[in-house]
Design a protein around this ligand. Structure first.
Ligand code: SF4
Ligand code: SF4
Length: 84
């Protein structure tokens, strides 16, 4: 599942550099997550790094992008292939 950032985000900036997939970016008002790049950190870490570090716990699962672990793993592999 890709994650999403809700409007409780306080723009503290700490999650963006923690994302191994560069999926987090500053949107028009708050930070946002590109679901095509978010693997819920599968392939990199055991836990979603943004969720671990967010001080206001505003990063839930995106209900529009429910994906299995296998699908997330395949997304991770596609992203890695695109990098090389
Ligand atoms: S869960 Fe991981 S891949 Fe997804 S946005 Fe957060 S840090 Fe990036
Ligand atoms: S860590 Fe949380 S509050 Fe800070 S910018 Fe990211 S989503 Fe927003």
């Amino acid at each position: 599942m890709a994650l999403m950032i809700t409007d409780e985000c306080i723009n503290c900036d700490v999650c963006e550099p923690e994302c191994p997939n560069d999926a987090i970016y500053l949107g028009q008002e708050i930070y946002e997550i590109d679901p095509s790049k978010c693997t819920e950190c599968v392939g990199h870490f055991d836990e979603p790094q943004c969720v671990q570090i967010c001080p206001v716990a505003c990063i839930p699962v995106n209900p529009q992008h429910v994906e299995s672990r296998e699908t997330l793993w395949q997304k991770f592999q596609r992203l890695q292939a695109a990098k090389s």
